[in-house]
Design a protein around this ligand. Structure first.
Ligand code: GDP
Length: 446
C-alpha cells in the first residue's frame, strides 16, 4: 500500500536531507512537491491544503532552519502530520464488543465493496484472537448467492452462521439472529446487511430499520480503497443517514496511492478500524496511524511484520525449529516450512515492503527477484525429494538431482541452486548453534 506516494515523498526528502542548511524557500519548494505527491495519491484537496498549512507553520520556524539536521526535522514534522491526518497517535481503536451479549456489529456498504468477505474476516479475528463466540447472519434477502457465500465462508473458517430461512424479511432475520445468539450463547453477532450498487433511499431506510431492531454497538462501513475519493464520498453520505462508528477499507493490498485512507478520517471524522489486505480470511489488519505513517515515509513497519509472523506462524513449531537449528541441524523439511511461512506472512514483496529503508533500494531490486513463484518452485523441488533425501541432503548425488529436477519440472541448475542455498542456511544455523554470529565477520549473537 502507498507505494507510489512513498516513492514520491522519498525523492522529495532525499533532496532535503542531502544538504546542510535549509532556507524558508527550500522548505517551501519541498512542500510544493509534497502537495503534488498528495494530490497525485488522490488525497482530497481540502485535506491536502490543511496538511500543507499545518506542516508549513512548523517547518519554517527558526528552530528547524537553524537545526543541525533540518531535513530530518522536516521529515519528522511531516510524519507527525501524517499520523494526525490518519487518525492520531493512540493505539488502534478496537471494536466495541464488551457490552451485554450479544454485541451486535452491523456491516454496511455498497455491493462489491468486500462486505461479506470482511464480515468473515472480522468473525475469524474475533474468534481466534479475542476468543469470542461469534454468530454471523446475512440479511441480503435479494441476493440468495450472498447468503450462501456467507454460509460457505462460515464453514471454511469454522464460525457459526444463522441458518437460511427462505421468505423472511431482513428485519425478521435480524430478530431471529438476536434470539438465536442469546439462546446459543454467542456473545458477538455480525449482521451482513444488503448492499446496492449505488447509495439509494431504500437501502438506507432498510439499514436504519435494522439498526433500530439490532441496536448495534458498532456500525461499520466497508469501502473499497481502490475507488479513492468515491469511497470517501460514499462514507460521508452514508454517515449522514446512518450513524457509523468506523470504517474498514478493503483492497488496501492493491492500493498504491492510498488517497482514501489519507482523506477518510479528515473528511468523515470516523476512525478507520481495519484494512483489508487480500482475499484470504486472515488478510485483515488493525489500522494503526503511526505505523502506516512510518510505511509511507519508508521507515518500515517492523511491528507489523512481527505481528503478521505471530498470527501466521505456529509458536510450538517455531520453537522446535529454533532448538533444532541451535544444534546446527537444518534439513530440507525445515527449509520447506520456512519457505511456506514466508509465503504466509505476505511473500517476499510483502515482507520487503515492511522493512525500513527498502523503499529507497527499490530500484536496485528487480521485480523478478521478488516474485513468489520462485519460492513456490523451490517448495516444489523439495517436495520431489524422498523422505531420506530431505533429512540427509548429503545423499543427493548427480543422479538424484536429475530425478528431482524431472519430478518438479525444473532444470537441474535450479536444484543445484537450492542445494547451495540450503548449505548456506545450514552453515548459518551451525554457526548460530555455536553461539557465533550467523555471518562470518559479524558480531556474535547474544
Ligand atoms: P460484497 O458484495 O460487498 O459482499 O463483496 P464481497 O465480500 O463478495 O467481495 C467482492 C470481491 O472482493 C471478492 O472477490 C473478494 O474476494 C474481494 N475482496 C474483498 N476484500 C478484499 C481485500 O481486502 N483485498 C482484495 N484483494 N480483495 C478483496
Amino acid at each position: 500500500m502507498f507505494e507510489a506516494l512513498s516513492e514520491r515523498l522519498g525523492g522529495v526528502f532525499d533532496k532535503l536531507t542531502g544538504r546542510g542548511a535549509l532556507s524558508e524557500a527550500d522548505v517551501d519548494a519541498a512542500l510544493r512537491e509534497v502537495r503534488v505527491a498528495l494530490l497525485e495519491a488522490d488525497v482530497a484537496l481540502p485535506v491536502v491544503k490543511d496538511f500543507i498549512a499545518k506542516v508549513r507553520v512548523e517547518a519554517v520556524g527558526e528552530n528547524v532552519i537553524k537545526a543541525v539536521k533540518p531535513g530530518q526535522q522536516v521529515i519528522k514534522i511531516v510524519h507527525d502530520a501524517l499520523v494526525e491526518t490518519l487518525g492520531g497517535d493512540g493505539p488502534p481503536e478496537g471494536l466495541r464488543v464488551n457490552g451485554e451479549p450479544p454485541n451486535v456489529i452491523m456491516m454496511a456498504g455498497l455491493q462489491g465493496s468486500g462486505k461479506t468477505t470482511t464480515t468473515a474476516k472480522l468473525a475469524l479475528r474475533l474468534t481466534k484472537t479475542d476468543k469470542r463466540r461469534v454468530l454471523m447472519a446475512s440479511l441480503d434477502t435479494r441476493r440468495p448467492a450472498a447468503m450462501e457465500q456467507l454460509a460457505t465462508l462460515g464453514k471454511s473458517i469454522g464460525v457459526d452462521v444463522l441458518p437460511i430461512v427462505a421468505g423472511q424479511t431482513p428485519q425478521e432475520i435480524a430478530k431471529r439472529a438476536l434470539t438465536t445468539a442469546r439462546q446459543s450463547g454467542h456473545d458477538v453477532l455480525i449482521l451482513d446487511t444488503a448492499g446496492r450498487t449505488t447509495l439509494d433511499d431504500e437501502m438506507m431506510s432498510e439499514a436504519s430499520s435494522i439498526a433500530q431492531i439490532a441496536k448495534p454497538g458498532e456500525t461499520l462501513l466497508v469501502a473499497d480503497s481502490l475507488t479513492g475519493q468515491d469511497a470517501v464520498e460514499t462514507a460521508k453520505r452514508f454517515h449522514e443517514r446512518l450513524p457509523l462508528t468506523g470504517l474498514v477499507l478493503t483492497r488496501a493490498d492493491g492500493d498504491g496511492r492510498g488517497g482514501a485512507a489519507l482523506s477518510m478520517r479528515a473528511v468523515t471524522g470516523l476512525p478507520i478500524k481495519f484494512l483489508g489486505m487480500g482475499e484470504r480470511a486472515e488478510a485483515l489488519e488493525p489500522f494503526d496511524a503511526r505505523r502506516i505513517a512510518g510505511r509511507i515515509l519508508g521507515q518500515g513497519d517492523i511491528v507489523g511484520l512481527v505481528e503478521k509472523a505471530v498470527e501466521n506462524v505456529d509458536r510450538d513449531e517455531a520453537e522446535k525449529m529454533a532448538k533444532k537449528m541451535a544444534k546446527g541441524r537444518f534439513d530440507f523439511d525445515d527449509m520447506e516450512k520456512q519457505l511456506g511461512q514466508l509465503i504466509q506472512i505476505g511473500g517476499l514483496k510483502g515482507v520487503m515492503g515492511m522493512l525500513p529503508g527498502v523503499q529507497k533500494m527499490k530500484n536496485q531490486i528487480s521485480e523478478a527477484s521478488l516474485d513468489d513463484k520462485q519460492i513456490h518452485r523451490q517448495i516444489g523441488v523439495i517436495r520431489s525429494m524422498t523422505k531420506a533425501e530431505r533429512a540427509k541432503p548429503d545423499l543427493i548425488n548427480g543422479k538424484r538431482r536429475a530425478r528431482i529436477a524431472k519430478g518438479s519440472g525444473v532444470e537441474v541448475a535450479e536444484v543445484n541452486r537450492l542445494l547451495k542455498m540450503h548449505r548456506n542456511m545450514a552453515d548459518m544455523a551451525k554457526r548460530m548453534g555455536k553461539g557465533k554470529s550467523p555471518i562470518p565477520g559479524m558480531p556474535n549473537m547474544p
